[in-house]
Write a protein that binds this ligand. Structure first.
Ligand code: F1P
Length: 347
């Protein structure tokens, strides 16, 4: 995260430097919509990108699985700006989706980690995530770096389009600058505790992950990490969708992980937790430091420092990545090389 922000976030000057974005500023000012195209973890980052850009820039955003976008017949116009997100920059589905959109005149902006990769080359402009090489197959630090870059893009775009107040811009810049230290706090203070939680749930057959607003894509990502690293079936859902189906799964065997950091909908999440408790599900929650509202309702809580709700996903995903990792370790699995997964899905 620190490397993704370095040289781009200028606190003294109260500004953001993203030369790739500057080069397509005219396109972005006039764009009627942005389409985000990605796969897997990168698609989850894209969902947060949608929430950020729609909230801060009041610009229509669609998020597409590249693996579907390439096979259907989407409407693409020369006014579209496509944000392509990919850790490897080589994912075949994303590459083909972009080639199709480019042929139809869309402008492609790449958010990739690997310098000179195929997606970086096909893009008209872009911003590298600078997350360094991922050692493991499952995307983890690439995800947080993607979120950091998306935050910068949304803020810069909001500035270009004049859709953000000077006060909120300044607040979010400072909040972003504080994120690396807060992540360090989580790593220093939560790991031993998360290991204990992992031991308690390593035998579970299924997990449910729930979140609302910015925490919904984090719930999806938490579930995906658990599937990838621990081979435990896990589903991520918007918290309010629970009553439209998944609640039928809840019994005393099921751990339900809530991403329950403080935000404007906190009371709603608390009542969702009570609904799970009433059905004897095992509640695990990611909560904000100092917030006690969930403590007595959960079997276990993982704590993250306070942050503005727009920036909070960068923090709340870390305990979920650690939980998946330590459950995988407890189960004796090779967490860096999960079975059946490839670092770059090039076919
Ligand atoms: C997309 C992705 C990863 C996942 C795994 C398989 O890759 O689905 O999110 O963790 O490595 O590929 P990319 O386009 O972001 O490189």
């Amino acid at each position: 995260i620190r490397d993704s922000l370095r040289g781009r976030l200028n606190i003294e000057q109260n500004s953001i430097t993203l030369s790739g974005l500057d080069s397509i500023a005219d396109k972005l000012r006039d764009a009627s919509r942005i389409v985000i195209v990605a796969c897997g973890t990168s698609w989850h980052a894209g969902l947060i990108g949608e929430y950020l850009i729609e909230e801060l820039c009041r610009l229509n955003v669609e998020v597409e699985y590249a693996s579907e976008y390439r096979y259907r017949n989407p409407i693409v116009s020369p006014n579209d700006v496509i944000l392509a997100i990919s850790q490897s920059g080589e994912t075949a589905d994303t590459l083909v989706a972009l080639e199709n959109a480019k042929q139809q005149g869309a402008t492609i902006f790449g958010i990739v980690n690997v310098v000179g990769s195929s997606i970086a080359r096909i893009a008209h402009a872009g911003a590298y995530t600078h997350a360094g090489p991922e050692i493991g197959v499952a995307s983890t630090k690439a995800f947080t770096a993607q979120l950091a870059v998306l935050q910068l893009i949304a803020l810069k775009l909001a500035e270009i389009r004049g859709s953000i107040s000077a006060g909120l811009f300044r607040t979010l810049l400072r909040e972003l600058d504080d994120v690396p230290a807060k992540v360090e706090w989580i790593l220093e203070n939560q790991i031993e505790h998360i290991k204990t939680i992992a031991r308690r749930y390593e035998d579970a057959r299924d997990f449910l992950y729930l979140g609302r607003g910015y925490n919904f894509p984090i719930a999806l990502e938490g579930a995906l990490k658990l599937k990838e690293i621990s081979y435990i079936h896990a589903e991520g859902y918007p918290a309010a969708e629970m009553k439209h189906g998944p609640i039928a799964l809840v019994d005393e065997q099921l751990p339900v992980v809530f991403v329950a950091t403080k935000d404007p909908y906190h009371e709603k999440i608390v009542s969702n937790i009570q609904e799970i408790n009433a059905r004897k599900g095992k509640v695990v929650a990611v909560v904000t430091e100092g917030d006690e509202t969930v403590t007595d309702l959960a079997e276990a809580v993982m704590v993250v420092p306070q942050a503005h709700e727009i920036v909070a996903p960068l923090l709340s995903v870390i305990p979920l990545q650690l939980l998946a990792y330590y459950i995988g370790v407890e189960r004796g699995l090779d967490v860096d090389k999960p079975r059946n997964l490839a670092k770059s899905v090039t076919v």
